[in-house]
Structure formats: structure tokens, C-alpha cells
Design a protein around this ligand. Structure first.
Ligand code: ACO
Length: 332
């Protein structure tokens, strides 16, 4: 019998309406459009506004779109995994909240937190459930409301992030399409360079942690940049080599959108041409767990059955990885 692989069969996304552009940021902190564009490639990002609006709101929007596109109901879903660094609450899991909002009743759900690599870690986890043959329809949501943990008085981080969610449906494939391979890595020694210092069990929220602004993203940008360039490029080259792929064999590189310069370095190391690189960082910034599925969503119509696609990410933790997919469908 042919091996069961997990293939992506539908994609949905949800982007908040509000656009925070570089001009508006210039009025908030000591920065300028030229610096942001040249150092990061970002022009604007989306921000989720509204009392009580969390990551689940965007996640639910993405899942509803996905179900409609695939022509199935919420009750057909067996499992939902949410990759997020900004869950609605510490607990319960945001996956469960999304499931409730959408009407997914015959499934179990949980969250995965691997910072910006969370979508890849979740995709690989979800694919294992499909490969057992027991689960037929698994949703992976990548979503973050980064604006909820970004300090809009800190120019070194506030220009980088945006809010969004996107979701993919995984189904079994026995014709050789779908997820072929993945390499996932983490190194906790990098944990101090990119983190939210307080709010967890080590440093619970207190008046002092709030006063010290320790609930916001803290990043040592240059150090993270150095590790990200090497980590994302190395792991992308490794997955190509292990699967005997050259730059010509790769139809698309789908990189995590943290910084255009990190993406360019990965592209060069893989030997793929620029027209094969999905990049929308200029419009959305770094949406953490949403970047990769959001790219797939925006490029879906250009993807062809059989395309070799490499997904690659690097994030806090440190975490990083790459996934090799043989695309399973043409979009009419
Ligand atoms: N506007 C103007 N000047 C600025 C700004 C700004 N928004 N931010 C920083 N600067 C200044 C700095 O203060 C510094 O000034 P100084 O030389 O007078 O001290 C100068 O610009 C250079 O700062 P650097 O931090 O060295 O700038 P760099 O070129 O490294 O770019 C950046 C910063 C964009 C953050 C980069 O380091 C980066 O992309 N890092 C990696 C991000 C990443 O990949 N994160 C992982 C994923 S995120 C996740 O997992 C949640």
C-alpha cells in the first residue's frame, strides 16, 4: 500500500482592516520610513483593534474561510492545532476557543508555542496524525496578535510586527503528494535573546513587571539576526540536499517573514531565483505564526500540482526548521 502523506487541501486567512504604516510609526517613535524599509523591508502592517479581540478572532475567520473553500462543515474536522505566541489566554488553549467559535465539535485541539517556527512545528505534528491513517481532516492555524505584546514606545521592535491569522487543512494523500520531509530544531541556549520576560511562572505578572515593561517583546536584534541568517539558510540547504533537490527543482521558497535580508540570504544559499520567493513582508510585517500560511494563501492561485515547495522559519527559543512539500492541487 502507498504511504499515507498529509497534504494541504485548502487555505484560509484573516487580516484585520486597520493598516499601521511607516508614516504613522514616525509620529509614535523616533524612526523613519527609509530606516524601516532598508533594514527590514516593511512598509505597513495590520493591527487588530477592538475590546476583547484576541488571536482566536482572526483564527476563527481563517478557519471559516477554509471550510467554505473546501466545501465541508466544521463537524467534519478531527483535530485543530493552533500555532501561536499570543494566545487569547495562558489557558485554555486558543485552538479550543477557535473550535468553539466556528462550531468544531467532533475534534480535539491544542496549541503549540515555538515562536516564529510554530507553524512549521505544528504542521509536522499535524502530519503525524494524518499519517497514522486515523485522522482524516486536521486544521493547523497560525495566528498572532503581536500588537498585544509589542511596546509602541520601543522603536527597535514596534516597527517589526503585525497581526494576522491563516489556516490550512490537511488530508490524507496516497499519490505521493503532500508533506515529504521536515527538519525541526531548537536550542534553548538562545532563549534570552528574544522573549517576553514576565507573565509566565518564573516571573508572574506584578505591579513591578508592568512598570518595567516586561510584558512586551524583548529582542537583541543583531544577535537574533546572526543566528536567523545562519539557521534558516543552513536548514533549507540541508532539506534540499537530503531530498536531492537543486535550486532548479524548487518551485517556491516560502520563508518566515521576519526580515527581507534574512530571506535574501536563505534564497542565495538555496540557489533559487528571486521570482520563486514568496515575500509579502512589505505589507504585513512579521506576523509570527501567520507568515508562512499567509504567503501560501496569497500565492495559492499560482501553485501547481506537483510543485516542490520549501517552507523555512526561524524564531525565538531559538527554534528553526524547514519542510518540503509536493503541492497537491491546482486552483481553478
Ligand atoms: N528607526 C531608526 N533607527 C533605529 C530603529 C528604528 N526603528 N531601530 C533601531 N534603530 C537604530 C539603533 O538604535 C541603532 O542605532 P545606534 O547605531 O545609534 O546604536 C541602529 O539603528 C542599528 O540598530 P541595529 O539593531 O544594529 O539594527 P539592525 O540592522 O540589526 O536591524 C533588526 C534591526 C531589523 C531588528 C534586525 O536585527 C533583525 O531583523 N533581527 C532579527 C529579527 C528576527 O529574525 N527575529 C526572529 C523572528 S521573531 C519571533 O520569533 C517572534
Amino acid at each position: 500500500m502507498q504511504k499515507i502523506r498529509a497534504s494541504i487541501t485548502a487555505i484560509g486567512a484573516c487580516l484585520p482592516d486597520y493598516i499601521l504604516d511607516n508614516t504613522e510609526l514616525e509620529k509614535m517613535v523616533d524612526t523613519n520610513n527609509e530606516w524601516i524599509l532598508s533594514r527590514t523591508g516593511i512598509s505597513e502592517r495590520r493591527i487588530l483593534k477592538g475590546e476583547g479581540m484576541g488571536t482566536s478572532e482572526m483564527g476563527a475567520g481563517a478557519v471559516r474561510m477554509l471550510l467554505e473553500k473546501r466545501g465541508i462543515t466544521a463537524e467534519d474536522i478531527d483535530l485543530i492545532i493552533c500555532a501561536t505566541t499570543t494566545p487569547d489566554h495562558q489557558f485554555p488553549a486558543t485552538a479550543n476557543i477557535i473550535a468553539d467559535k466556528v462550531g468544531i465539535k467532533n475534534a480535539f485541539g491544542f496549541d503549540i508555542n515555538a515562536a516564529c517556527s510554530g507553524f512549521l512545528f505544528s504542521l509536522t505534528t499535524a502530519s503525524q496524525f494524518i499519517e497514522t491513517g486515523k485522522y482524516k481532516k486536521v486544521i493547523v492555524v497560525g495566528g498572532d496578535k503581536m500588537s498585544s505584546i509589542v511596546d509602541y514606545t520601543d522603536r527597535t521592535t514596534c516597527v517589526l510586527f503585525g497581526d494576522a491569522a491563516a489556516a490550512v487543512l490537511l488530508e490524507p494523500d496516497t499519490e505521493g503528494f503532500g508533506i515529504q520531509d521536515s527538519i525541526l530544531k531548537s536550542d534553548g541556549a538562545g532563549r534570552t535573546f528574544l522573549r517576553q520576560k514576565a507573565g509566565g511562572s518564573a516571573y508572574p505578572a506584578s505591579m513591578e513587571t508592568v512598570m518595567n515593561r516586561e510584558h512586551y517583546v524583548y529582542q537583541e536584534g543583531q544577535t537574533v539576526f546572526k543566528f536567523a541568517v545562519k539557521g534558516m539558510a543552513d536548514v533549507s540547504a540541508e532539506i534540499m540536499e537530503r531530498n536531492n533537490l537543486t535550486g532548479d527543482d524548487v518551485a517556491w521558497l516560502v520563508p518566515h517573514q521576519a526580515n527581507k535580508r534574512i530571506i535574501d540570504a536563505t534564497r542565495d544559499r538555496m540557489g533559487v531565483s528571486n521570482d520563486k520567493v514568496m515575500m509579502n513582508i512589505q505589507r504585513y510585517g512579521n506576523t509570527t505564526n501567520a507568515t508562512i500560511p499567509l504567503c501560501l494563501f496569497e500565492w495559492e492561485k499560482q501553485l501547481k500540482k506537483g510543485d516542490n515547495i520549501i517552507l523555512a522559519a526561524f524564531g525565538g527559543g531559538f527554534t528553526w526548521g524547514a519542510t518540503y512539500i509536493k503541492w497537491a492541487y491546482d486552483t481553478k
